[in-house]
Design a protein. Structure first.
Length: 559
């Protein structure tokens, strides 16, 4: 069965995701765990700022066969909770989180019955029943619903007093049956998701403004939410001729590849001790020759947390290149810890960001958020912390480089870890270090005929509506062109148009529109063969259109 036909819950079909570069929507790929979701090896992203009246949160996410698991580590100066909460309390008036999930197949659809909200507030010894709520969209507002899900709070704070705290945590476990799904979504499926982080610093004063993921999301408009995909996409390299390797490293062969550290660095932001909310989030480390990547489970230690940003230009790749593979190498020379036996392995994630930044002004608070996450790698401690020669550690960034190159963008990266152990920080050399140990990107590339991506813009339609696919073609050789031909649908019933039918070098986009002509209410699935020819190079693709998809009853399938 085609991946695009996989169904869940016996009633709802999910379209296949496009890359974040294609749709400019923050996209988090969630790792799957067969033996129970482990967010400590899941995906990580973040929201908010570290300052007096604003909270920040690291968000880890993973899933298994039964549920999605989300845990937030919230940096909060004053932790406040409602010690009199009851079934009618508004949990968002105190320190809490709202998790929004939308299971509709149409990623542009407004709120509907497939939209769900899960609120979870901090509590102390009280039963969780009074501190969590479930809602479904009722047409004009969120309606309370009876839904089985779990939340578990934690905190490093003296609750409801006027002393400064470090923060709190909230763990969600939301079963797929609670979302109206019979089982886990098929690998490659996509949902819309948003988070609202609620904050109250003084019990006798109003709540402070919310923080959102994605930044600027409107919780009543799911088209502004982020995307989560189930499973991590692989990369299929194109066939090329005359493959060769391009090596990019700052200050070599005219390459400018800046990097920067944000957070506590290797010194845990000691300049701001003990009032870390006064300036830690604005700290800048321009000119440092080394950086630290560190995170852990104990939210009390967030002053030591550190991220690393780096950017590689891709202008050295010829316009007709095909990316075969790409590897990031960073040189590690030390570990966090008080003694040589303290250090623990780190699970380090590499993600892309969308925005440029400046080394002299970047900070934890203004650094770009995750656009799309790509890869993880376990990084063991170095055996001899006094050996500063640098041990190479590598990450496969083939798909990240291909996506950035396809979008005409530099490769902008952020490096952070998801593990939870104490003393798991890792020290690496930066671009200001000796050239042999600066971060390095190796790209294997070759001359490609052209690249092809058929992107579903509107794949699920109702009777008599029109579906749309964008066919993006890149890297046509100078003077060349590609012809796009669409065959008849199987079964018959679609009116099909391709505009334009030919794309010239270096490439462009053709739009395929597919109008349902049957008009009857039963569920239908159409397949349309697509053939793209450029000289002797011929590629094939298949477009799949769902009509009245909510009425399809197919078995859940995992690949």
């Amino acid at each position: 069965m085609s991946a695009a036909l996989l169904a869940v819950a016996g009633w709802l079909l999910f379209p296949q995701p496009t890359s974040a570069q294609q749709n400019a929507v923050p996209t988090i790929h969630i790792p799957y765990f067969s033996g129970g979701a482990n967010p400590g090896q899941g995906a990580i992203f973040w929201l908010g700022k570290v300052e007096h009246g604003t909270n920040y949160a690291d968000v880890r996410i993973a899933y298994d066969d039964q549920a999605i698991v989300v845990i937030l580590h919230v940096f909060d100066r004053r932790v406040s909770y409602d010690d009199q909460a009851n079934g009618g309390s508004d949990l968002t008036e105190f320190d809490s989180v709202s998790l929004y999930l939308d299971t509709q197949g149409d990623l542009a659809a407004p709120l509907a019955a497939g939209s769900r909200r899960f609120d979870a507030a901090i509590s102390w010894w009280e039963p969780r029943d009074g501190y969590q709520r479930a809602y479904t969209w009722g047409g004009s507002g969120w309606k309370a619903a009876t839904a089985a899900f779990e939340t578990e709070p934690g905190f490093r704070a003296a609750l409801n007093d006027d002393s400064d705290d470090r923060g709190w945590t909230m763990r969600y476990r939301v079963p797929f049956v609670t979302m109206g799904l019979g089982s886990a979504p098929a690998q490659g499926s996509v949902m819309r998701m948003a988070l609202a982080l609620h904050d109250r610093d003084e019990v006798d004063k109003p709540a402070l403004p919310d923080q959102f993921w994605p930044t600027g999301a409107a919780v009543d408009r799911p088209a502004t939410w982020g995307h989560i995909t189930f499973g991590v996409p692989g990369y299929t390299s194109p066939s090329v001729v005359e493959p060769q390797v391009l090596t990019l490293r700052d200050a070599e062969d005219g390459v400018i590849a800046p990097d920067a550290a944000v957070g506590g660095h290797s010194e845990c932001g000691y300049k701001y001790d003990p009032n870390y909310f006064d300036g830690w989030g604005e700290a800048n480390y321009a000119g440092y020759a080394q950086f630290n990547v560190q995170n852990q489970w104990d939210v009390a230690d967030w002053p030591c947390f550190s991220k690393f940003y780096l950017t590689f230009p891709l202008t050295s790749l010829p316009q007709t290149s095909g990316v075969v593979s790409a590897t990031l190498t960073m040189y590690m020379f030390g570990n966090a810890g008080y003694g040589p036996d303290d250090a623990k392995p780190s699970y380090i994630q590499i993600a892309r960001v969308a925005e440029d930044w400046t080394e002299k002004t970047i900070s934890w608070n203004n650094a770009p958020p995750v656009l799309e996450n790509y890869t993880w790698s376990w990084v063991p401690p170095v055996d001899n912390a006094n050996d500063h020669s640098g041990r190479p550690r590598t990450w496969d960034l083939s798909r990240a480089v291909a996506d950035a190159y396809a979008g005409g963008e530099p490769l902008r990266l952020v490096v952070y870890s998801t593990d939870g152990d104490y003393h798991s920080g890792k020290y690496f050399w930066a671009a200001e270090a000796d050239k042999e140990v600066r971060p390095r990107l190796d790209i294997m590339w070759g001359a490609a005929g052209f690249s092809l991506a058929a992107i579903p813009v509107k794949q699920m339609i109702r009777s008599s509506e029109t579906a749309q696919f964008d066919v993006n073609i890149r890297a046509l050789r100078a003077g060349g062109s590609a012809t796009i031909e669409a065959g008849a649908s199987t079964p018959e019933g679609l009116q099909i148009a391709v505009a334009p039918p030919q794309v010239t070098a270096p490439g462009g986009k053709a739009v395929v529109t597919l109008k349902d002509t049957i008009g009857t209410p039963e569920a239908r699935v159409y397949r349309v063969p697509l053939t793209i020819r450029s000289g002797a190079d011929t590629r094939a693709a298949e477009l799949i259109v769902f009509v009245n998809g909510r009425q399809l009853f197919l078995p859940a399938v995992r690949r």
